[in-house]
Each structure stands twice: as structure tokens, then as C-alpha cells.
Design a protein around this ligand. Sequence first.
Ligand SMILES: C[S@@+](CC[C@H](N)C(=O)[O-])C[C@H]1O[C@@H](n2cnc3c(N)ncnc32)[C@H](O)[C@@H]1O
Length: 214
Amino acid sequence: MLLRPEQREKLDPADDRDFYSLPRFVTHVDDHFIDQLTQLYRDRLQPQTRILDLMSSWVSHLPEEIEFAHVEGHGMNAAELAKNPRLDHYQVQNLNADPKLPYPDADFDAVLNCVSVQYLQYPEAVFSEVARVLKPGGVAIVSFSNRMFYQKAIAAWRDGGETSRVALVKRYFQAVPEFGPPEIIANAGGVPNIFQLLGFGGADPFYAVLAQRQ
Ligand SMILES: C[S@@+](CC[C@H](N)C(=O)[O-])C[C@H]1O[C@@H](n2cnc3c(N)ncnc32)[C@H](O)[C@@H]1O
């Protein structure tokens, strides 16, 4: 088993719909993180392809200059998704209650998941669905930093450090036979302690784990 039952637990066990019922029009990571993510999307996504932004909100961090054939948003708050200028269409669904994605097989060229994977209680089911909706040769890009809604992250995420979280997402991909070997991009960033003592904060660390649907 990928995760033991206790590793899937959240400190706040209430229905996720309650937590996400009010929109949050904020960015969850700093500009340094977002710049790296947008550049990664610029490098890896092709114009005029079909994109699924999974666990999406009012921002998708896609390069402004690239036009896609369709960008689908999937998340928990309709007001956030309605405000996202990159989405052509969106769906609201709690993946911890129902991990089955409402899309046909081989529907997308890329599936994106930004700063959200830590909230999935059944990641193997969701990653298997991601593989199903990806076209052969399509790519899944899962990015994350060290910030989170602590009470809504699963124990396996909370209990680990940054290195073990990268390893965890790598294992999520490896649990699905349709995915090829995961690629890891890690930029722990930050600044030496002496600068932090002088009041200069570090940038948000940037991690991405990518895999191709074979
Ligand atoms: C920190 S926000 C990140 C939003 C967006 N991806 C971004 O880059 O700003 C976490 C997102 O995960 C989604 N999410 C959290 N729990 C979820 C669940 N159980 N099912 C589906 N989506 C969920 C919510 O829609 C929420 O917007």
C-alpha cells in the first residue's frame, strides 16, 4: 500500500467543501516560485493543446503569450474558478470524496497541479485518473513549495521534510504503471541564515515532479 490509513489523515477531518466554501483571491506562493513555474510551463507545454489545471483556483500561472486549444479547470470553489481568465470551462469536485475525473480517456495533452498535491488523501487513485485522461505522450506536472494549509495537508506530507515530499510525489507517479520515469526539478532556494538574521527572507523553494503518460 502506498500510504497507511493514518498517513492519509488531516488535522481538520471536516468535509473539504466547508474549508473551500469561501473564495480566496490570493497567491499561495511568491513571485520567484511563480516565475519558475510559468517558465517550466513555457518550456514543456505546446500551443494549441488541451490542458487540465487540476486543483485549480483563480490563477493558473500559464504563460500569457501561449494560446491553448482548451484549458479546463477543476477545483473546489466555483467563484475562484469563474474568475480565472485562462479557463475555458471548469468543474467543481471534491477529489477526496470522489477521485474519478469527469473527462473521457486520453482527453488532455497536459495535466497541471500547482501547490495542492498535499491535500490528496487518495493520491494513487487521482494519479491513476490523471494517467487515464492524458493522451499517450502527454505530461503531468506537479509543483509545490513548503507552504500549505497545515490542517488540510495529509499526515504523510506534514510529517516529512522537503526532500521526503519530493520522494513522496515521485512514488505517487511510480504507483501508476502508465507513467514513465518521473523527472525532478528542485530549487530549494532560500538564503544563508546570516541574511535571514539581518531580515532578508528567502524565496519560496520550488519543486516540480513531472512524468509522461506512456
Ligand atoms: C493552495 S490552493 C492552490 C490553487 C491553485 N492551484 C494555485 O496555484 O493557486 C489549493 C487548491 O486545491 C484544491 N483542493 C483542495 N482540496 C481539494 C479536494 N479535496 N478536491 C479537489 N480540489 C481540492 C482547491 O480548489 C484549492 O484551490
